[in-house]
Design a protein around this ligand. Sequence first.
Ligand code: AHR
Length: 522
Amino acid sequence: MKKIKESYKFIIALVTTIFLINAQSVAQQNRVIIHADQPVSEISKHIYGQFAEHLGRGIYGGIWVGEDSDIPNTEGYRNDVLEALRDLDVPNVRWPGGCFADEYHWRDGIGPKDERPVRINTHWGMVEEDNSFGTHEFLRFMELIDAEPVIAMNLGSGTPREMAQWLEYLNYDGESTLANLRRENGRDEPWGVKYIGVGNESWGCGGNMTVEYYADLYRRYATFTKEYSGHELYRVASGWSDDQYGWTEHMMQEAAGMMEGISLHYYTIPTGNWSAKGSSVDFDEELYFAGIQRAAFMDEYIQGHSNRMDKFDPEKNVDLVVDEWGIWTDPLPGTNPGFLEQQNSLRDALIASITLDILNKHSDRVRMANIAQMVNVLQAMILTEGDQMIKTPTYHVFDLYRIHHDTNLLYTHVQNMNAYEFGGESIPVVSMTVSASENGAINITLTNKNPDQSEEIELEFRGGQISEIIEARTLTGSRVNSVNAFSDPENVIITDFSNYSLDGDILRVTLPSKSVTSIVLQ
Ligand code: AHR
């Protein structure tokens, strides 16, 4: 009898344990409800913009090699770079800076190349700028990659007249002296440039101004930004970076009616220390965790600026334009520190996807953004060395995220999300965006931040019929600091993905560790 009682107790204990384990695993299942019939806001393709500054090898060598170069080129632009950018559906490119914009005088960069003046790029390495890449070259580049130009104009050291005349040169279709000068220089039709910046970082390299002074100057310069020949303008005022909300608030109070957007810059510094930012290739899990944790500060900063903007613009007529973002590490050893050259790892790709998810989430206010920068500088899409070119892991994230261009962000409800923990800190392990295309497709991107463990996630669709998976791709690598090198350009690439099952309205996905996955369903 005692024996029977003992076995009975044992069975109860066993059943209880199994029940508890099951209950626990149910509680730990990442689970998200997707409301396919609840669009939240439009994700503008302009959130996926790029930034190309006259800085180091960003333009010269990286994009522009000149017609006489041995590097295969079309009209002086590298063929390999043109092709890679075309494949990315780049919506817009911001140019010529950055800090360079406020020392750039547009007349230096027009006319016969051998007559253009040589200036000093005092901001970036004190190198000689021969102005062989100017207005015509930039705008031809935009045509070749089918992207919209975003021209950051000089408020810091230029005059309102200079800014106004650049606009007339760009956009006037009549017979003015400036429009005819444009024709003499080879361009008959006006370009109709719409997006312009009116100063850059005017609190710092753009003139070290107080917000009161800049607000007055902004109003003055913006007064003379005319819509020549009916070409509509979209003017972006200089905002501050990070959590400097007071600047945004003052600008909105003083000049909201004279701008279409105000900028925000935020760079992820892995160590949090601008004097020793950390290596782009040699970092441990502590710095990996810190980097992706810091990238997510973007969410708080956008919300903070947007709240201040709401005070004066509750209808959200003025956009927040995040026209510089990305990871900024120490320069690669042996490179000119003024050239801001860094490698680009799988960690950086995850920083890109996490940031893009945040920008998408705030797409009711953020309608344009530009990663810094496009080629050879900071968190680049593309690295070049002589005639060689590689696509970085970040390039591949922008490729995966093309599915979100001009779609509708869908409302999602996170029922449960596990944490990725390190050193007593924890962050949600999966970051995601879910959008709907006009043709009814649902586009999902999922980032698993855990460097060592795969992660299962269950997605339930409500308010719409799902029948099949059209496409599934993933980007991962063997380590978080895996990179594409010139000797191994395909170390971190996108591959087809099949670790999922679709069962009615439930999609179950097993995300590889340290990965970005995209799935399109219909
Ligand atoms: O992207 C590099 C520099 O960072 C830009 O020129 C400037 O605007 C910012 O400080």
